[in-house]
Design a protein. Structure first.
Length: 66
C-alpha cells in the first residue's frame, strides 16, 4: 500500500483498519463514516501504541457519527 508517496508492506487489516510497515516506520489506518485516520510511527514508538491512539480517535469519531 502507498501512503504519502511511501510504499508500505501490508501486514493485516479488516474492513475498517489497515496496518503496514517499511523498515523501522509503520502505519496504522482506520476509517469512519466520513474520515480516514492515518497514524505513522517510527522507533521507539511501538506498533501497539500507534494502534491504540488511532483506534481511540476512530472510536470517538464513530461515536459522534462522523
Amino acid at each position: 500500500m502507498h501512503i504519502a508517496g511511501t510504499r508500505f508492506v501490508y501486514l493485516s487489516g479488516t474492513d475498517e483498519t489497515l496496518r503496514g510497515k517499511k523498515n523501522t516506520v509503520g502505519v496504522h489506518v482506520a476509517k469512519t463514516k466520513t474520515a480516514i485516520i492515518i497514524g505513522v510511527y517510527e522507533e521507539p514508538i511501538q506498533p501497539g501504541q500507534c494502534a491504540v491512539t488511532v483506534e481511540s480517535l476512530a472510536d470517538y469519531l464513530r461515536g459522534v457519527n462522523y
